[in-house]
Design a protein around this ligand. Structure first.
Ligand code: AMP
Length: 286
């Protein structure tokens, strides 16, 4: 496995291997089994081609009061995980290799980003779109793999790819969870013991309400949403940022379940740590 630290190193690696199919797995590092599952999927997708994992804590997707400075960074352990899962190369640049100090052009997504994580984190998805577009241009992948864990991000990236005509196939992979259902996240390590014990209520509630939606228990998405809010609020350590029931494809909030595949989205603070999760209700009988 090759470690590429600069834009020039990446570009010459890409030029030397231009005939091989290439899958890109963008991450911010502090890798866990969720990231590993994306690398595994990428290895299968490119067959005998290349898998390029990127490790970059992207400054432009963090707000001024967010955890950019304290975001976990552990490159050595990350490289071991990448190699053991079959990554051909890792691109781990410093920020100045990606952003010129006086850069003035960025990408703005204006529809899907308005709600939920986009509303709670102004500018976040523009930072995501800008860095992903840069990685697509530098790495020229055929395929790029992302997690459904960040469901809104996956939709935004699909839109970015469609609207800017990137010749890249976007592949989404299911969320990998801890034994108690908590979605794996690099931020989980910051939870106190009590917060960690409380956090599974997020997935437990979404899963259970999704099952009840599929069984036709709720007359409307709004009632399902209220049920999620009530159940999560019963946990004193939880503070809800948002909860919504949306259409899986358009991400529009639902007024009714008719002819929709509902997706339940939520972001909840446990102490200062904001966790997101989402669950589909696929077997809706309506
Ligand atoms: P991050 O390093 O958190 O920016 O995530 C990099 C990629 O890994 C994104 O596509 C995430 O959606 C994905 N990812 C993060 N956590 C998980 C998980 N628990 N299961 C599957 N994919 C994940």
């Amino acid at each position: 496995m090759e470690l590429l630290k600069t834009r020039e190193e990446l570009q010459s690696w890409v030029n030397n291997r231009s005939s091989r199919p290439r899958a890109l797995v963008p991450t911010m590092g502090a890798l866990h089994q969720g990231h590993a599952s994306l690398i595994d999927a990428a290895v299968k997708l490119v067959d005998s081609g290349d898998v390029l994992t990127t490790i970059f804590v992207n400054p432009t997707q963090f707000g001024p009061n967010e955890d950019f400075a304290s975001y976990p960074r552990r490159l050595e352990a990350d490289l071991t995980l990448c190699e053991s899962h079959g990554s051909t190369a890792v691109f781990a640049p410093e920020a100045y290799h990606i952003y010129d100090s006086n850069s003035s052009v960025s990408i703005h997504e204006s529809k899907l980003s308005r709600r939920w994580c986009g509303a709670s984190r102004p500018g976040h998805f523009d930072g995501v779109c800008t860095v992903v577009a840069k990685l697509f241009l530098l790495a020229q992948p055929n395929t790029a793999v992302f997690g459904e864990k960040d469901f809104q991000q996956l939709a935004v990236i699909q839109r970015l790819t469609r609207d800017l005509n990137f010749p890249v196939e976007i592949v989404g992979c299911p969320t990998v969870r801890e034994a108690d259902g908590l979605a794996m996240s690099s931020r989980n390590t910051y939870l106190s013991e009590e917060e960690r014990a409380a956090a599974p209520i997020l997935h437990r509630t979404l899963r259970s309400v999704a099952n009840d939606i599929s069984r036709g228990k709720f007359p409307s998405p709004e009632v399902a949403r209220e049920e999620i809010i009530e159940r999560i609020s019963s946990e004193t350590l939880a503070r809800i940022d948002y909860v919504d029931v949306v259409d899986s494809d358009s991400l529009e909030p639902l007024d009714s379940f008719d002819n929709h595949l509902p997706r339940l989205l939520a972001a909840v603070f446990f102490g200062n740590i904001r966790l997101i999760d989402n669950v589909g209700a696929p077997q809706s009988i309506r």
